[in-house]
Design a protein around this ligand. Structure first.
Ligand SMILES: [Zn+2]
Length: 308
């Protein structure tokens, strides 16, 4: 059953792919992400129809990952809104994206694969943004706040009057977060920002409804991963060896049964991404240090020649 988290705002956390939201504004329905599986999408539309006969006018995608966007096709009356970077990514979803999707789900959810083979359309955003954007619709005020971190496109949806925050994949509670396109430093900054906003209910990208405390657990995990990967890098470990030696960190999180087959591989790819980030941060630090040293040396030189 969909949960009513505020007047006329529904959330469903049980669909495969990602959590989804629905805002009935009085002047049309606005969706936050869409259920990726055809059966879930039909179910969602039925739940919405039981509430209202208003048309679905907008879909807000919180990032471009398949679990959030494939379902856009099942709501043909809606215009999709997303960050410009999400649009750039979704534009490139061609044959290889399709093949990967079908292969990934062939054994796990054959019914969905059968339908996707007949019809799979990536409905791209028609409205994009790069800065904070506010939708005023009916009696609802909906803030789209791009914060990055998880991906360059990652956007949270904030309803200040309802005390609600849709955190997208910046916050997940029931599985390891996906870091393979992330900037963990920016992600930590985003979580700090989320702790300053006022809301009672936080809807994570995956997992059950929560409060602000879910941001703390995410920050703790990201700091831990950064610290461990940094010291592995400083110790001279290669990317592959770092990923191998830290694979146990996955147990910071529960792993849902359907995630099991790919969880280790995804986590390895997450650690590799952080290793790249640490290498970049460490070499930037080394360059800054060398510049400061050279500057100090040059100043010393000028002083000496001035005193001659
Ligand atoms: Zn994502």
């Amino acid at each position: 059953m969909a949960q009513e988290v505020a007047p006329n705002v529904l959330v469903e956390t049980r669909f495969h792919g990602a959590n989804v939201g629905c805002i009935v504004t009085g002047e049309g329905v606005i969706l936050i992400d869409t259920p990726m599986l055809p059966d879930d999408a039909r179910r969602w539309l039925q739940d919405i129809r039981e509430r209202t006969d208003q048309e679905v006018i907008y879909i807000i995608n919180t990032d471009h990952h398949r679990g959030h966007v494939i379902g856009n096709q099942y709501f043909p009356t809606a215009t999709v809104i997303a960050h410009e970077f999400a649009w750039k990514n979704m534009k490139s979803y061609g044959d290889s994206f399709r093949t990967r999707l079908l292969n990934l789900y062939r054994d796990r959810i054959p019914k969905a694969v059968k339908e996707w083979k007949e019809h799979l359309e990536i409905v791209e955003p028609e409205i994009t943004f790069t800065d904070r954007t506010i939708l005023y619709k009916g009696d609802k005020e909906i803030h789209l706040i791009p914060l990055g971190g998880h991906t360059e496109a990652t956007t949270v949806v904030y309803l200040p009057d309802d005390g609600l925050l849709f955190a997208g994949d910046l916050v997940v509670t029931d599985r390891p977060p996906f870091l393979s396109q992330s900037d963990t430093k920016e992600w930590l900054g985003a979580l700090t920002y989320l702790r300053k906003l006022r809301y009672d209910v936080l809807i994570p990208g995956h997992g059950e409804l929560s409060g602000k405390e879910a941001t703390e657990k995410m920050s703790e995990f990201l700091r831990l991963v950064r610290r461990k990967v940094r010291s592995a890098y400083r110790g001279g470990l290669s990317k592959a060896d770092t990923a191998r030696s830290l694979k146990h960190l996955i147990h910071f999180w529960p792993i849902p049964p359907f995630e099991k087959p790919k969880a280790d591989r995804r986590f390895k790819s997450s650690l590799s991404r952080v290793w790249n980030e640490m290498r970049a941060e460490e070499s930037a630090k080394a360059r800054a240090k060398a510049r400061a040293k050279a500057k100090a040396k040059a100043q010393k030189g000028t002083k000496q020649s001035a005193s001659v």
